[in-house]
Design a protein around this ligand. Structure first.
Ligand SMILES: [Zn+2]
Length: 409
């Protein structure tokens, strides 16, 4: 189990003066390349899922693969949901395994941005999930807005202080001259502004639009509190170049032949970035400092005073109502296979994090379902909240893991 707590990871980077790469995952080739690049660099890494990119792939499928890949990775991995517009996006991201979320209210007036961010922080923190907010506008998002970078869209240090204090975000995305995508000319960075923002907020800062920055510019950003760099366009161009050259070399090849070497190209670039940003060789130190990220299983076995058909109806209702509660990853409900079993029915609700035990219990959706549908007919029941201790133990043994491939599990 190499999934680690996102908050611990970025705090480690912030205080250790390096930056973790957050690489957008848009396909299985990217996922493999990013994980292998981090492994090669023995660096922690963030798998980034960007909401506006969901039109290109099936988030649920790719996130499941990312969770499986992160679990067997020998280096620390966290999953992030980027550019969520509302609480529904955030709940979806948590349900599919993200342990960090970004709420993007940067286009809203300050007070509205604070209001939206605060409500997301309240829910996400109740699920143990770290939150990134954004203040100032990072331009160039495809189809979003094409405003030029400059003081008109940059983050203001005093506003940043107020925003962080009022919202309690864990990380802050700042606008200091980077843009989404790649611009033909070099980005001019307002480093003086970044220094003042860092002093004002004292939490890990995030740079969106890491492509097109020089190595020296990245070092200047990291010196001023940047602990995470989002990087996609550069990676995407490298992958596209490989695809184009495959097409030229092999004009009759099938899809598998045309995809050859794409994940290797991603791997090399990821390893290079992680070395430049100072994250290479940090895997063991992060394992020692960051708590493992592990789900909780909430198990209830019970008997009912109602008929089988009514219990089945009640379970179907529960799958829907409980499955929609933030922090719930999955709801299983069923009946014992053997007749005459001591307990006939079972609920197994999977929570993203131990904090969900409390927020779930108090959530109005759970309270209503439990009080009106479940408890009145299920007098005899026992319950337990538990974690798989095998997974947690594995995450505290970095020496065994780094450098060798652990058995998937
Ligand atoms: Zn972004």
């Amino acid at each position: 189990m190499a999934l680690v707590n996102m908050r611990d990871l970025l705090n480690h980077a912030y205080h250790g003066h390096y930056a973790v790469g957050a690489f957008d995952v848009i396909s299985l080739e990217f996922l493999q390349g990013v994980l292998q690049g981090a492994e090669e660099a023995r660096a922690p890494v963030i798998l980034n899922f960007v909401v506006p990119q969901f039109r290109y792939y099936d988030f649920e499928l790719l996130a499941a693969a990312a969770v499986a890949g992160a679990r067997r990775s020998p280096v620390p991995v966290a999953l992030h949901l980027d550019h969520a517009a509302d609480l529904d996006h955030v709940t979806l991201g948590i349900r599919h395994g993200c342990n960090g979320v970004m709420i993007d209210g940067s286009h809203l007036p300050f007070e509205k941005n604070v209001e939206l961010t605060r409500s997301v922080v309240q829910t996400a923190h109740g699920c143990g999930i770290a939150v990134e907010g954004e203040l100032g506008i990072i331009t160039g998002y495809a189809g979003d807005d094409q405003a030029e970078p400059g003081p008109g869209v940059y983050t203001w240090p005093d506003e940043a202080r107020q925003y962080v204090r009022q919202t309690k975000v864990d990380f802050l995305a700042v606008s200091v001259g980077t843009v989404h995508g790649i611009r033909p000319e070099r980005s001019d960075l307002d480093l003086e502004r970044l220094t003042r923002i860092n002093r004002a907020v004292g939490i890990p800062l995030v740079i969106h639009g890491g492509s097109g920055l020089t190595d020296a510019q990245c070092e200047c950003l990291i010196d001023r509190g940047v602990a995470r760099i989002n990087y996609y366009s550069g990676l995407s161009q490298i992958a596209a170049r490989r695809l184009r050259s495959n097409c030229l070399v092999d004009r009759t090849g099938g899809a598998a032949a045309l995809n050859q070497g794409v994940s290797e190209a991603v791997r090399r670039e990821v390893a290079r970035c992680l070395a430049v940003w100072g994250a290479a060789g940090r895997a063991e130190a992060v394992f020692a400092a960051a708590s493992p990220w592990q789900e909780v299983e909430h198990l209830i076995i019970y008997n009912s005073t109602d008929t089988d058909a009514h219990v089945e109806e009640m379970m179907e209702e529960g799958r829907r109502a409980l499955g929609a509660i933030p922090g719930v990853r999955r709801v299983f409900a069923g009946r014992a296979i053997k007749e005459g079993a001591k307990y006939l029915y079972c609920w197994l609700v999977r929570f993203a994090h131990p904090k969900v035990v409390d927020s779930y219990r108090d959530h109005p959706g759970h309270v209503a379902f439990a009080d009106t549908r479940f408890r009145p007919t299920s007098a005899a029941r026992i319950s337990i909240d538990f974690q798989d201790t095998g997974g947690a133990a594995a995450a505290t043994r970095p020496a065994d893991a780094v450098g060798g491939r652990r058995v998937p599990g």
